[in-house]
Every structure is written in structure tokens, then in C-alpha cells.
Design a protein around this ligand. Sequence first.
Ligand SMILES: *Cc1c(COP(=O)(O)O)cnc(C)c1O
Length: 362
Amino acid sequence: MERVYNFAAGPSTLPLDVLKKVQENLLCYGESGMSVMEMSHRSADYSAIRDGAEKALRELMNIPDNYKVLFMHGGATGQFAAVPLNLLNGSGKADYVLSGVFSKKASVEAQKYGDIAIAASSAGANFSFIPATTRESFRPDADYVHICFNNTIYGTRFPYIPDTGDIPLVADMSSCIASEPVDVSKFGVIYAGAQKNMGIAGMAIVIVREDLIGKARENTPAILDYRLAAENDSMYNTPPCWSIYITKLVCDWLLENGGLEAAKARNEEKAALLYDYLDHQDFYVAPVDAPSRSMMNVVFRTGDAELDKLFVSEAAQAGLKSLKGHKAVGGLRASIYNAMPKEGVEKLLAFMKQFAQNHSQQ
Ligand SMILES: *Cc1c(COP(=O)(O)O)cnc(C)c1O
């Protein structure tokens, strides 16, 4: 069986070069005589992998020295709880921007711990755009403001970084981390589940400004406490060793291929192929307002649920897999993360054109 083009939203396609490297070293990593899966996390070999992952991520994202990089268990959903437990420690208030399913989940989780307000929302427009905010949108005594930078399900991305004044800005970047350069210093915390653009499931990457560490609530589970993670180089307990290893290889691959400026150029080119086509035809509907469009998750539909289904199955037969939209919105979605080659998008585009031609009324 040949490899297909995998457009899944996450877990998602990995760079082929990374998979080959994994395969090469699967039974015996370097001079260690064992697989990375079998290594003690306290061994010198594994320490080099963990340190290498952090170093590569810092270089890739240009992370300032006053930020800690943590590799934590529990994916992005673990961070929905970790963020309020670690940061909701002043007024006990936090403001959330509602822009889709995951920001909603994050806010509902935070409600267990404090006074959570919705500062802005596009729920009334089926999350088809990113709501505008100003400094006045946020309560001045909020402990933090939370946004979901790229909305994986609705296919939107923040076209701006909210101005929160002195209030720390927390961003869920699960589906857009390392897709383009970002100014880390504008954020208090950036977190991401690794399985979309950075590796495999089971881990959250957390980039946190140092002054926000060490003030967790007393009843914070040890596994979610940023201070314990930071003081122990993310090894307070056995870390997600294999996930950290894959993330290191993904970061190395991005660095070898020109870093985030080059990644951005590749991603813009891929997204433009699809959006330019969608804008100049009338078979498919692309529901997202142009300025809010995601570069990673391209959402569209035919307008006929049965036809969407047929699209998904015929595409799969053509080696283009996992194009079904999320169950919350239906329709179709192409996730075109860093690891999706341009040829994959070109094949998809050709398929879309052919499908439209075959099923047009005229
Ligand atoms: C996938 C996703 C999540 C959930 O990630 P888990 O690692 O499964 O907890 C949260 N936020 C966003 C933006 C996502 O895309």
C-alpha cells in the first residue's frame, strides 16, 4: 500500500523525512544500543534528546530567555485546566474570547476555578470570523485573557494579536504553532497539543513567561503545576518521552528547511491555491470571512450533505484522505499543516475541480 495524502486535523500528517529518521533509529538509537522507547528518561542519551527538543524549539520560534519551555502531559485539554490553576491567582477573574469549539471548552473548564467572562464572541455568526477586541473589551483586573489563535474546526485564525495592556495574554496555538513566525513576547502563555503541527499525541508544548510561574493554587495537581515542570526540566514524573523525541525531529526538520519564515511562505502558497480557487467558482461554499481565514485548516462544503459524503469517499479512493469536516459543522475540511507537501494540495485542487465538473447542474 502506498502512502496517501492525509488531510486529517490531528493527529495529522508528519514530514516523511521525520518518519524515515524514526524508522532508521527505531531499534537502536545512535550508540545507545536501544530504542528511544526503551530509554530511561534520566539517561544521558535521553537528556540529550529532551534538551535538544527545547533548544530546537527555542531557536525555531525565537523564544526569549525569560520564557520557560515545558513539555507536559494531557494535550491541549490538560492546559484548559492548567492555565486557570496556575494563573487565576489575583482577582480570580479571567476573560475568554469565544471563537469556536475549543475556546468554548477552555472557558467551560476555567469556570470550575473562577469568575470567567466572555469578552467577545462570534457564536452568533456560527464562528465564521474572529471577533474584534480592544483593550476595553477586557476587565482591567482580569488575571489573564485567553484566545484560541487558530480555530481548527471552523477554519479561522486571529488576524491580529489582541491588545490586553498589562494583562497576560494566553493563546491556544494547537493547530498553528510553528506555521509562521510569531512574536512570543506579546504572550504570557502559548500552549499547543503536539499532534497537529509539532508531532504526535499525548503532549502539550507550553511556553510560559517566567513571572507567571510559581503562583499556582494550592490544590493544583502536581502534574499541571508550571513551577514543578519548570524546576524539573519537564521531568517531575516520567515525561511523554516519545512525543518529545518526535517534536525534536519535527523542529530539526523545520530548521533544516529554512525555519518559520520559509514555513510561512510554503503555507501561504498552499492555502492560496485552495482559497483562490474557492473564491472564483460557485460549486463550493467557503463560509469563513476572508480576513479571518486559517492558513492551516481550509473549510468548505458543497451545500448538499450527500454530495459532501460522496466527495469524502471519492477523494479517499483517489488517495486524498480525511477530508470530512468536524461533526460540529459538517461539510469538508482540508488540514494543510507544515508537513503537507504542495503536491498534496495540488492533487486535492485537481480533484475538487473534477468533482465540481462532474456534479454541476449546468
Ligand atoms: C485539537 C485541539 C485541542 C485539543 O487538543 P488535545 O491535545 O486533544 O487536548 C485544543 N485546541 C485546539 C485549537 C485544537 O486544535
